[in-house]
Design a protein around this ligand. Structure first.
Ligand SMILES: Cc1cc2nc3c(=O)[nH]c(=O)nc-3n(C[C@H](O)[C@H](O)[C@H](O)COP(=O)(O)OP(=O)(O)OC[C@H]3O[C@@H](n4cnc5c(N)ncnc54)[C@H](O)[C@@H]3O)c2cc1C
Ligand code: FES
Length: 262
């Protein structure tokens, strides 16, 4: 996969600690798929040495523009946020073998929580363009943390925003609203990304209801290339005596929910 120096075309601050970057990266956009991620080397100094994995938010194949959104967590993302228009960013991508696959389905439930909503936009956009019904459910802790509402509205047949404390839109967890639509038989497949407790609840629900479900795991990563073995996730075929693992950076980040122990 290509390693490129991508020009930063635009940096937008969506929240005090959340930034959206648009970069020129035709080498990456030409093959990127919903669910892929990139690995960014944030500077040329020794520290931080490891690349940081960030999901692809939007792919503009026609103009070769790639967009990603990130929250400042620590040193790496802080350095990244300080980049200015015109600077070159060292990126490897697209990465990840496991991407969202929705061709066989017609009625998609897309559920995201917090910063896990970012990789779901390209999925919703592609599916909607291809004539699928897209039901989107995005959960945030409170009103201040709600992002991308208008963007998701444009690529969804129906969008439900929830906040844990009810400070904006529906009060509660996004998964509660999926349940209702499953009962009404509106949905034939589920796609999720977000915090582990949310993914576990979605996995359980999908298995109970017998619905196909794909989840994107944003485990901690080091090399991002299948070399360091730092991102292992247990497969559901594991036994106590014989645990079996996949590496999220190689086999994932998107998995069939029934195939992993999370
Ligand atoms: C496949 C994948 C896709 C991702 N996509 C996005 C994205 O689209 N947008 C985004 O904002 N972030 C995303 N992340 C998380 C992002 O990679 C980390 O937040 C980032 O690497 C932190 O780097 P740092 O140097 O700023 O923080 P560090 O100094 O490395 O860590 C600071 C704090 O953040 C925590 N942290 C670091 N990595 C993670 C992680 N993966 N999950 C949870 N906590 C973490 C650490 O435990 C520590 O408490 C993704 C991660 C993966 C594996
Ligand atoms: S991060 Fe190194 S093997 Fe996955």
């Amino acid at each position: 996969m290509p390693q490129i120096l991508a020009e930063l075309l635009k940096s937008e601050q969506l929240k005090p600690d959340i930034f959206k970057f648009s970069v020129k990266a035709p080498e990456i956009t030409k093959t990127a798929k919903p669910g892929n991620f990139i690995e960014i080397r944030v500077n040329n100094d020794i520290e931080p040495f490891l690349r940081r994995p960030i999901s692809i938010y939007n792919i503009d194949k026609e103009n070769g523009i790639l967009e990603f959104i990130f929250q400042i967590k620590g040193k790496g993302t802080k350095i990244l946020a300080e980049k200015k228009q015109g600077e070159l960013i060292d990126i490897i991508g697209p990465l990840g073998y496991g991407t969202f696959k929705y061709n066989s389905y017609k009625n998609l439930a897309i559920i995201g929580g917090g910063i896990g909503v970012f990789p779901l936009y390209e999925l919703a956009k592609c599916a909607r363009t291809e004539g699928k019904q897209v039901y989107t459910y995005l959960g945030f802790r409170n009103k201040e943390l709600v992002v991308l509402e208008n963007e998701f509205k444009k690529v969804s047949n129906n969008l439900i925003i929830t906040t844990d404390d009810g400070s904006y839109s529906e009060k509660g967890f996004a998964i509660d609203f999926i349940k209702k639509d499953i009962e009404e038989e509106k949905i034939d497949s589920i796609y999720a990304c977000g915090p582990l407790p949310m993914l576990r609840a979605v996995q359980k629900l999908a298995i109970e209801k017998g619905l196909p479900c794909q989840i994107s795991l944003e485990e901690r990563m080091a090399c991002g290339l299948g070399v360091c073995l730092g991102c292992a996730v247990k497969t559901s075929k594991s036994t106590k005596e014989e645990p079996q693992y996949w590496h999220v950076c190689k086999a994932g980040p998107v998995f069939q929910a029934k195939d992993v122990e999370i």
